[in-house]
Design a protein around this ligand. Structure first.
Ligand code: ATP
Ligand code: MG
Length: 566
């Protein structure tokens, strides 16, 4: 899986291979020309961008071809599932712009029918109760080249199986004491046919059905039948389910006649560099406090990406660019960032913010004077107009924009050098004041009154332009700067404990960030801005009017374009 594929799959007529199959099925009049898909998350964690790839397909194909898409919670394991996850999943799907209408279902809706089917299969000699431990069952499975071994319980009389299965569900036996298995073929070349487990005992109450059931169906015994009960025509999932497909069809055929079987089609999972996509691992990061929660802006979860400032259209654009194929791949996170940058460049309002402030004093500018400078809201979209920013004798500029002994190509501020203050005047540095440790405390400069931006005769060229914020009206904010969550490109394939591969520098908090007053007045969680020369930032929900908090969404430099040039 370490191979990184950049090529974008060839698509005929703008359709990916799944959409082409759907189109052909519809044209052939299959299922009476009906299209019904479903997205089947297990509510045992928050959705991540890989799930987004899946449901963009499910809901997107339904939209494209005039079909419908169900949301079905695969709630077959009460030990791991929770309503918190159910609500979060609904919120995240809605945020990406999709809706299931009145088609909200739960696998637990089908527990009675599934139980009845199991009983019928027992009666027909197609299922049996196995009292071996899971280790024993696993040991008998054989290997792809070696047949498995029959369980000693395989030929138990039907009556005994029926009696035991009913008592399993009545709660007479502890978790793990026995399972119900399909009696298929212990020598099948498809390992999934070697008497797969249909039901296991779980005493934990279910968040929807309470104490009603003590046996719960396995994924393979629930999924295809659930699709069947809902009349799903195209059951789209990821490649790891390819070997499950014959079993999926086997169980559906226990219910269906020849005229209808939902069609399972598989595509490649989304894997992203510098992150993990396993719910189990993401849960571990949250539970162990290695991140600040499911919506930590470093997480690949949808709520994390939202908090970070990624937009629905950028996520959809990214998924569209990587496409759907039948081969596993690892995608560069820089491509996702590229989509985010492109979107925010079009929509984010430009503002002035100084993140590492040092004071600049214009010694020839009158004390107490304020001029209002006009700043463009978005040069990409002039219709968004302008806003005003106060200019005063004392200004904050970035510490990195000044060097006392600069190298040759340094075009920012240094002694006796000139720069333009963006949207204002050209200035010339005249000196600095240092503290007892030799650190620069103040920088002095003189401004040229006849160089005001936009005024006649002001077009004298200087090499550098700096952003700035007026000292008396600046508002102090917190900025959370992020780097990759993991220090290695493919943490999922690396050896050892994945937690040891976390990037210790992935979060950097800046406390003393100076905002221009116009921005400070309109702090609203979720709003996106471009801080001039610094990058794209999004207001965090932790913000208050007194203490604005921003997440750095993404820098300005297009690292993807740079990678593609190599
Ligand atoms: P697990 O089953 O290990 O708990 P999961 O991520 O597969 O984790 P599900 O809730 O079963 O979780 O996933 C719902 C749907 O999302 C499935 O159809 C699955 O194929 C799809 N999916 C999950 N991960 C990805 C991914 N990385 N890329 C694309 N689709 C994914
Ligand atoms: Mg799964």
């Amino acid at each position: 899986m370490t191979e990184i594929k950049e090529e974008i799959p060839v698509e005929e007529g703008g359709l990916n291979f799944i959409e082409q199959e759907i189109k052909e099925d519809l044209a052939a009049g299959k299922n009476g020309g009906r299209l019904s898909t479903r997205f089947p998350p297990e509510p045992n964690g928050y959705l991540h961008i890989g799930h987004a790839k899946a449901f963009i397909m499910d809901f997107g194909a339904a939209e494209k071809f005039g079909g419908t898409c169900n949301l079905r919670f695969d709630d077959t394991n009460p030990q791991k599932e929770d309503t918190e996850y159910v609500e979060a999943i609904k919120r995240d799907i809605h945020w990406l712009g999709y809706d299931w209408g009145d088609r909200l279902y739960y696998a637990s809706d089908y527990f009675p029918q599934l139980y009845d089917l199991a009983v019928r299969m027992i009666k027909e000699g197609k299922a049996y109760v196995d009292e071996q431990t899971s280790e024993e069952i696993a040991a008998q499975k054989g290997t792809p080249t070696q047949p498995g071994v029959d369980s000693p319980y395989r030929n138990r009389p039907i009556e005994e199986n029926l009696d035991l299965f009913q008592r399993m569900n009545a709660g007479e036996f502890p978790d793990g004491a026995m399972v119900l298995r399909a009696k298929i073929d212990m020598a099948s070349s498809n390992m999934h046919f070697r008497d797969p487990i249909m039901y296991r005992i779980i005493h934990t109450p279910h968040w929807r059905t309470g104490e009603k059931w003590k046996v719960y169906p396995m994924y393979d015994f629930a999924h295809g039948q659930s699709d069947y009960f809902e009349g799903v025509t195209h059951s789209i999932c990821t490649l790891e389910f390819v070997p499950h497909r014959p079993l999926y069809e086997y169980f559906v055929k226990e219910l269906a006649d020849e005229s209808y079987c939902p069609r399972q089609i598989e595509f490649n999972r989304l894997n992203l560099t510098y992150t993990v996509m396993s719910k189990r691992k993401l849960l571990q990061l949250v539970k162990e406090g290695l991140v600040r929660g499911w919506d930590d802006p470093r997480m690949p979860t949808i709520c994390g990406l939202r908090r970070r400032g990624y937009t629905p259209s950028s996520i959809k654009d990214f998924v569209n660019r990587i496409g759907y194929t039948r081969y596993e791949a690892l995608n560069h996170i820089e491509l996702l960032e590229h989509s985010v940058r492109e979107d925010l460049n079009k929509t984010a309002t430009r503002v002035s913010v100084v993140q590492n402030p040092v004071k600049l004093i214009l010694t020839n500018y009158p004390e107490g004077k304020t001029e209002m400078m006009s700043m463009e809201n978005n040069p990409e979209n002039p219709s968004e107009g302008k806003h005003e920013m106060p200019f005063t004798r004392e200004l904050w500029i970035e510490r990195e924009d000044f060097m006392e002994n600069p190298p040759k190509k340094f075009f920012r501020l240094s002694p006796d050098k000139e720069v333009r203050l963006k949207g204002a005047y050209i200035i010339k540095c005249t000196g600095v004041k240092k503290n007892e440790n030799g650190e620069i405390e103040e920088i002095y400069a003189e401004y040229y009154p006849d160089t005001l931006s936009g005024m006649p005769g002001s077009d004298r060229k200087v090499k550098g332009t700096l952003h700035w914020v007026s000292v008396p009206t600046a508002v102090c904010a917190e900025v959370r700067d992020y780097d990759r969550l993991f220090a290695v490109e493919d943490p999922s394939s690396a050896e050892g404990d994945f937690r040891d591969l976390l990037n210790p520098e992935s979060l950097k908090i800046r406390e003393n960030v100076m905002l221009e007053p116009w921005l400070a007045e309109r702090i609203k969680a979720g709003d996106h801005y471009q801080f001039q020369r610094l990058g794209y930032y999004t207001v965090d929900p932790d913000s208050t009017q007194e203490h604005p908090v921003f997440n750095k969404t993404i820098g300005l430099k297009d690292t993807w374009a740079k990678m593609m040039k190599k």
